[in-house]
Design a protein around this ligand. Structure first.
Ligand code: ADP
Length: 439
């Protein structure tokens, strides 16, 4: 063990004092009494020093009030001074970091609210006042769902699963649209972030209306062209070459009509969620059966098997679900070779969520395409898609129809092995056979 210099010096002068007292004691003929008195004085002096140190430490250890010290206690005082200086520096550093963070968070353009597990407001920034009317001091400790009284918001706040983002009308200015997101931090806190997306929504609406208007306007002339084409083809005086040209025009005008119809359908599906009261109880098993027969026209010896749970039904829009389910099935037939095995499954996953999936052991799709497949007009092989009669909008329709029902489209595929397209719906949309019969 290494002795500190102050302890060493204290030991040496105590020993020197001891020897001195012993010598004087011998000279006076009472060395023992001298030693006892010396030790008693030393212990008393030590205790007084300790007492002074303890009182100084408990009073906050101010450097100006440090007790007079020597030896070991002097070293203790110096160490306390050093520690205090260091912790003061650390405190200042933390304080300035905290101030920087606070000013940064306060200046964020998005409303940011830190919530407890019970959705009580712990902290909010300046934008939260402007966008959500949440005051950083006045509303601290209040439950946020008592301040923002929108049922969808309450549901969004309490749900652990479901949509990542919710659009709500601004509580301060109703013409504004806010996108609210929630992020879980640690075990007992949530951060709510609300951004003003009014402009984004306006642009989205304009694009939707424009696409719907254009598609609608194109529908009528295309119907007229189709009518005249049929009339011309009925003309028996037509030579072979002209008939071939007319066939080509018919095929192309049909494609155009397909695109127009798909665009119209897509613009209807986009954006808005299907309300709980909208839609009916859909018998998905019957729907799947009805989709199989018409496939014979495009199927080239595909081996289609179905595995359905007939008691499982779904609350939703029959036409939209048909369109989504049928798109996946016709794709599996169109984009795979004769003899391919296709399996259609309608069941629930391990969490009780209804699930529709179409899998095939066809050519599969390379990983780089997967995330883009449901974009409008994205095709892996454009010429094959056109030859197969695809519009490039099929999977976009599937994705949006699924989203309207609170569902998610998942695609997994391995080149050379096959593909699986799955739509998973929230468990709350499922209706079992018995309850459906009671409706
Ligand atoms: P389209 O309307 O042209 O069929 P989709 O959006 O439905 O377009 O599909 C996009 C692309 O995904 C298709 O062009 C096709 O290349 C690919 N695809 C879709 N389903 C399958 C499948 N089961 N196997 C292989 N490729 C597929």
């Amino acid at each position: 063990m290494k002795l500190s210099p102050s302890l060493r010096s204290e030991i040496s002068w105590v020993v020197a004092g001891f020897i001195g007292v012993l010598l004087i004691g011998f000279a006076l003929g009472a060395p023992a009494i001298g030693v006892v008195i010396y030790l008693a004085c030393y212990v008393a002096w030590l205790l007084l020093r300790m007492n002074a140190l303890v009182s100084w430490l408990s009073a906050g250890a101010k450097p100006s009030e440090a007790p007079p010290t020597t030896g070991l206690s002097d070293e203790i005082v110096q160490l306390v001074h050093r520690e205090k200086k260091y912790s003061r520096k650390q405190k200042n550093r933390y304080r300035s970091t905290l101030a920087q963070f606070n000013s940064l968070a306060s200046d964020l353009p998005d409303a940011t609210v830190v919530l407890s597990e019970d959705h009580e407001i712990r902290w909010s920034n300046a934008a939260a006042l402007n966008l959500l009317n949440i005051h950083p001091d006045r509303d601290k400790g209040q439950r946020i769902d008592n301040l923002i009284r929108i049922p969808e918001f309450r549901e969004f706040l309490h749900s652990e699963e479901g949509a990542e983002e919710l659009e709500i009308p601004g509580p301060v200015a109703h013409e504004k649209v806010l996108a609210v997101r929630k992020v879980r931090t640690g075990k007992h806190m949530k951060v709510l972030i609300a951004a003003d997306i009014t402009q984004r929504v306006q642009v989205r609406e304009m694009r939707k209306v424009f696409v719907a208007d254009v598609s609608h306007e194109l529908r009528t002339p295309l119907t007229v062209i189709r009518g005249y084409l049929e009339m011309l083809r009925d003309d028996s005086n037509m030579d072979e070459e002209t008939l071939n040209s007319l066939d080509q025009i018919t095929v192309q005008s049909d494609r155009m009509r397909g695109i127009v119809e798909d665009l119209l359908q897509l613009s209807k599906l986009e954006g808005n969620l299907l309300g709980k009261s909208e839609g009916t109880v859909v018998n998905v098993s019957n729907m799947i059966e009805s989709m199989i027969a018409p496939l014979n026209e495009i199927s080239a010896d595909h081996q289609i098997t179905i595995q359905v749970d007939p008691s499982l039904q779904l609350m939703g829009s029959e036409s939209e679900l048909y369109s989504a389910f049928n798109n996946l099935l016709t794709n599996a037939v169109r984009y795979t070779d004769p003899g391919t095995k296709i399996q259609v499954v309608w069941d629930t996953d391990h969490e009780g969520s209804p699930r529709y999936s179409v899998s095939d052991n066809g050519p599969g799709i390379e990983a780089r395409h997967l995330s883009r497949l449901s974009e409008r007009f994205y095709r892996v092989d454009a010429s094959r898609s056109r030859d197969a009669g695809g519009t490039g909008l099929g999977l976009a329709i599937v994705k949006h129809a699924a989203q309207r029902h609170g569902g998610v489209l998942n695609i997994s595929s391995t080149p050379g092995t096959g593909s699986v397209f799955t739509i998973t719906f929230p468990a709350s949309r499922s209706v079992t056979y018995d309850s459906a019969a009671n409706q």
